[in-house]
Design a protein around this ligand. Sequence first.
Ligand SMILES: *[C@@H]1O[C@H](CO)[C@@H](O)[C@H](O)[C@H]1NC(C)=O
Ligand SMILES: *[C@@H]1O[C@H](CO)[C@@H](O)[C@H](O)[C@H]1NC(C)=O
Length: 219
Amino acid sequence: MKTPYLVIGLAACLSLLAESAQTRPSGSNQTLEQRLVKLERRVMKQQRRLLRTSRLAAQLSKKLASVDAALGLFSDEKPCPDGTPGFFHAPDFSSCYHLEQSLVLTNWTDALKLCKILSPTSHLVSIETKDEQQFLRAKWFNGIGGVATYARFWTSGQMVSGQWTWQATGKKMAYENWIPLVTHDDERYDCAAVYSNEAYAWGGAACWAPHMVTCEINL
Ligand SMILES: *[C@@H]1O[C@H](CO)[C@@H](O)[C@H](O)[C@H]1NC(C)=O
Ligand SMILES: *[C@@H]1O[C@H](CO)[C@@H](O)[C@H](O)[C@H]1NC(C)=O
């Protein structure tokens, strides 16, 4: 059930690439600023398109998940008690999770929006204990095919007035799992992401960077 979804994501990326390849500078007497403004507009337009694509992907994901549920696929993963399709239940953590499988990567704010589209009570994931970290690590590892792929996943961790905070709960981080020996208090990198190539430890990332999305519903 996940394959068509990947294909859609891939097709969207390819069409964007094809479009940017066709881009040619127009009007040789334009000032540099004019060109930059145009380029910026184009980038913003593509970002909006990406968001629309990810909305579409989210809707599709929902539909596919209900088909999966109807067919009894992924039966090792219990559905979420509130019935939200695409989320699986993890009773140990009183949570439901959704690992976004599409190739559409989003910045931190769009990732938040994507979770809300999937379910109004859903947020970006907050990793509050070592057990939860271990549990999710296995899910992420399997989610990217169990290979040492370079992937980053957004969490709800955000630096607020110099304090790392879980946006989903408003609480300061208690359990932390930062990449050793790498600074994580640089205000330019104030959204927390999980790094697959760093044993799934966390790093401060630029909030505008495109990463994968993991949503959580606290039950
Ligand atoms: C740029 O070129 C167009 C025609 O190609 C001309 O109408 C316009 O006045 C030019 N602008 C400047 C600032 O030279
Ligand atoms: C994320 O992208 C959207 C456009 O899709 C943009 O409006 C927003 O400002 C961006 N957020 C960040 C933190 O870069």
